[in-house]
Design a binder for this molecule. Structure first.
Ligand code: SF4
Length: 303
């Protein structure tokens, strides 16, 4: 039998994976991919069904432990010869998805002259621009390093965040902190914010008009912090910034562009609390982010 040309083979695998996804078997294949991906950058593959804290390797011994709010992510070893992301050659990695744009609103937002986080917070003030102000206790602006190279964007505050004014401090927040530490970083090294700054009642999804009203503040935050990588946690953050209705499962773990910055969508920690098996997929995504930032996995003692 003649050998199958590479393009035909890729198409065949793509169709097969799509078929498995339709059957609900995608996590099994993504997990296999996660193992391949982990070994590719010298890491230890996470195990299904374990907690994030045991699933992810310990941070590098050189990781920052300071409580300073202004400590930046360690600079190089950043790639200097190849500024653009090199796609994986692993045939089981997701194929790049062309997103269906439903708006260009954020793309077209003009940059604010001499903008700063302080100015953005001042502009928000005691905001009553959307109905979410009626039930909130605190506006949840952001947390972390204002000069971070890595920004995490979530959907909106929950009850704990609404009570404290700090994003990601509840159960999902603790899991996010573990994820950050597994990358060899501390919470203080990254910047954490949300699409909407006030808690939607009963933790419902923010509605489109609420997102449209509050979203420009998020865009300004991202412009001012100017990170190297933006990680969207969950569908709302990803679909908002990418202005798409394409389901997150179609582009999770793939590099996308947001106003000239690299953006990668992964699952929300709250989803991981309900679906621990998806942690391995998220860890695979975070490994891509680590590679982009030049962060190294700590090798296991046995390797
Ligand atoms: S969610 Fe945003 S726009 Fe709505 S009231 Fe809160 S700060 Fe204002």
């Amino acid at each position: 039998m003649p050998p199958i040309p590479p393009e035909a083979l890729r198409e065949k695998i793509k169709q097969r994976l799509s078929f498995y996804e339709d059957l609900g078997l995608a996590p099994f294949y993504c997990t296999r991919s996660a193992f391949v991906g982990a070994s590719r950058i010298g890491g230890t593959a996470p195990q299904l069904g374990t907690q994030m804290s045991t699933q992810m390797p310990a941070p590098k011994s050189t990781a920052k432990t300071s409580n300073s709010q202004t400590t930046p992510i360690p600079t190089p070893p950043m790639p200097t010869t190849s500024p653009s992301f090199t796609p994986s050659t692993n045939p089981l990695d997701p194929f790049p998805t062309t997103l269906q744009k439903n708006s260009n609103f954020f793309d077209q937002l003009e940059r604010v002259e001499n903008d700063s986080l302080l100015k953005i917070r001042d502009d928000i003030g005691d905001c009553t621009r959307c109905r979410l102000h009626k039930t909130r206790h605190h506006i949840v602006f952001a947390d972390g390093n204002p000069k971070a190279q890595l920004v995490f964007v979530g959907e909106g505050p929950g009850a704990d965040e609404d009570a404290t004014g700090i994003p990601f401090v509840g159960r999902a927040g603790k899991l996010l902190t573990q994820m950050i530490q597994a990358m060899g970083l501390q919470r203080e090294d990254v910047y954490i914010c949300n699409v909407v700054k006030c808690r939607p009642p009963e933790n419902r999804q923010p509605q489109p008009d609420e997102v449209a009203t509050c979203g420009p503040y998020l865009v300004r935050q991202l412009e001012v912090v100017n990170p190297k990588v933006i990680v969207c946690l969950g569908a709302t953050a990803a679909q908002t910034l990418l202005e798409t209705t394409t389901g997150i499962s179609k582009f999770r773990g793939q590099w996308q562009d947001f106003r000239g910055k690299k953006l990668l969508a992964t699952y929300h920690p709250a989803y991981l609390l309900r679906n621990p098996a998806a942690k391995s997929e998220v860890w695979k995504d975070l490994q891509k982010v680590m590679a982009e930032l030049g962060l190294e996995l700590k090798k296991s003692k046995s390797s």
